[in-house]
Design a protein around this ligand. Sequence first.
Ligand SMILES: Cc1cc2nc3c(=O)[nH]c(=O)nc-3n(C[C@H](O)[C@H](O)[C@H](O)COP(=O)(O)OP(=O)(O)OC[C@H]3O[C@@H](n4cnc5c(N)ncnc54)[C@H](O)[C@@H]3O)c2cc1C
Ligand code: SF4
Length: 555
Amino acid sequence: MAERLSSSQGDLKDNYRTVVVGSGYGGAVTAARLAEHGQPVCLLERGREFPVGTFPDTLGNLAHNVRGSKKPLGMFDYYLMRDIDVLKGCGLGGGSLVNAGVAIRPDPEVFADPRWPRRYRELAASGEIWKYYQKAETMLAAKQHPRGLQLTKVQKIKEVADTLRDGRFGLMNICVNFDVDGRNHVGVEQKPCIDCGDCITGCNVGAKNTLYMNYLPYARQRGAEIFTQVEVRRIAAAPGGGYTVTWRHNRDDRLGEERTLSARNVVLSAGTLGSTEILLRSVRERGLTASSKLGFGFSGNGDYLGLAYNSPQRINVLGYGNHPDSPRAKVKPGPTIVSGIQYDRSQPVGQRLTLQDFTAFPSGLVNTFRHTLGGLAALGTHPHLGVGEWLAKLWRVAKDQVFWTPDGAANHSLVYLVMALDSSCGSMQLGDDDKLTVVWDDVLEDPVYEKAKDALLVHARTLGATFAQLGRPNIWTRKDNLVTAHPLGGCHVGDDADRGVVDTAGRVFDGQGGVHHGLYVVDGSLVPMALGVNPLNTISALAEHIVEGMLAALR
Ligand SMILES: Cc1cc2nc3c(=O)[nH]c(=O)nc-3n(C[C@H](O)[C@H](O)[C@H](O)COP(=O)(O)OP(=O)(O)OC[C@H]3O[C@@H](n4cnc5c(N)ncnc54)[C@H](O)[C@@H]3O)c2cc1C
Ligand code: SF4
C-alpha cells in the first residue's frame, strides 16, 4: 500500500507559519503551491485519510460513512435544510473523494456579472483568467473519456441533443485516468479506469484523479505537513499578531477536547459551509470582526436532479466497483458523468442550462436502487404506453425486486444533473444550537428549476421512461426539496466590505475599512454567484490565482 500522506496527531506542533484548514480544491491547491515555493505549511483536515482500496463499497460501510455528531469522520456529509439540502465530502481530498470529477469552464459571460469584483471581471475580459484554469487542469489531468461515445447512457443523451435547436452535445473533461498504468505526473501509482461506476462512493481502482492523486501528494513531497481528524472550530486574532486556532481531534465515534495552536497566517479552505461556519463562530465567540455580508450570497449552482426510470431501452448503469472478475462486470456503466448538453448558448447567460448524465449506480447502492427507485418514481410523470408496454415495465420492476439482473428496471434508468444560474440569494446562519443552516425562503420559486424540469421531461419522454425529481419530500413546503452538491458563496469576493467578505486576494475584510492581514479564504465560498457548470475547476483556478498573490505577500 502507498505511503500515507498524513502525519500522526502527536506530531502536531503549537506554532506554525501558515495553517491551511481543509483539503478540498481550495486547500490542496494552496498547500501545494505554498510548499512548492518553500513556504512551511501545515494542512488540517477534519475527515480521515482514505488510501486507494479503502473506500466503502457495501451498504453497511456506506451507511457507516454518513457523517453525524456520533460519526464525525463519515465521508458523506448530508445537511438537511429547510429549503435546499447540501451534499458534501469529508476526508483528505474533500469533495474530490466523492465527486464525479467533471472539470469544465464556465461561459466567459458569467464573469461579466457585477457580482464579481472588478479585478476578476477584467481578468476574464482579457482572457488572463484561463491561464489559471489551464494550470489546474494540467495538475488534475482532466480529459474526455476516450471510449465515452460507446457508453449507452452517452448515446441516449446525444440522441436528444441531436433533436435540439439550441443544444450542444459534448463529452465532458473529467478527472479520471484512462492511460497511466504506473506512476503519474507527481509520482503516484495509478491504474486506468475500468468503467465500474463507483466514482461517487470513492474509486477503489485508483483511476479517479482525486486531490489525493495530485495536489496533496505534491504538497507532501515538498514538505507540507498534513494532519487528518483535526477539526478547526474557530480562530481569534492573537495579541502579538497572527491567529489562535482552536481545534479538536475527532475519533470514529466521538468529538475530541478543544485545544489551540498559533499561526501567523491562516487559510480557511473548509468549503462553502465549513469556512463560513468557522468565520461566523469566530465572529460570535471570539469577537473577530468581518463584513456584514458574511453568510450571504449562498448558491446551489442551480442544481436540479431528475430520474428517468424504467425505460424500455436498456441503459447499463449498474456499477460493479473494483470487482472486474464479478459476473456483474459485464455491465459497464462508465464513470458517474461522461457527457452533457449545453442548452441555449445563443440566449442570455441567465437562461442557459447545462445537463449531464449523472448515472452510474455505485456498486454498494445498486441493490438499494433496485428496490427503491420504483417507489420513488411512482408519483412521477408517466409516459403514454399501451397495455403490453405497461406489462413489460411491471415485469422489469418485479425482476429488480428478486435478483440482480441487467434486465431490471434500474438498469433501464438514467439520472440527470442540471445546472443553471440560480438567484444565489440564500444565506447561511449559525443557530443558537451552534449548527449551520441555509435559509432561502423562495428558492423553489426560481424559474430555472421549472426550465430544468421541462428539459428533463423531454429526455424521459424520449426514453419512454417515468420522470421524477430527485429530492426529499419537505413537510414545511409540501414540495420536494432541492439538493445541491455544488454549494457556493457565503464568503464571496467583493471590491470592498460592502460588497463582499474577502478581497480579490482572498484576504478577509475586517469590516472596519481594512483586511485581517494573514487571514484568507480560498474555496467554493469565495464564488459570488452560481456558475451554471460544475465548480471544481473554477475553485481550483481561483485558488491558483489567489495563492500567486499570497506567495508575493509572504515573501
Ligand atoms: C456527489 C458529488 C458529486 C460532485 N461532482 C462534481 C463534479 O463532477 N465536478 C465539480 O466541479 N464538482 C463536483 N462536486 C462538487 C465539488 O466536489 C465541490 O464543489 C468541491 O469539492 C468544493 O471544493 P472546496 O475547496 O470548496 O471544498 P471541499 O472540497 O468541500 O473541501 C473542504 C474540506 O474541508 C474540510 N473541513 C470542513 N470543515 C472543516 C473544519 N472545521 N476543520 C477542518 N477541516 C474542515 C472538509 O472535510 C473537506 O475535506 C460534486 C460534489 C458531490 C458531493
Ligand atoms: S468508473 Fe470506476 S475505475 Fe473509473 S474512475 Fe470511476 S470509480 Fe474509478
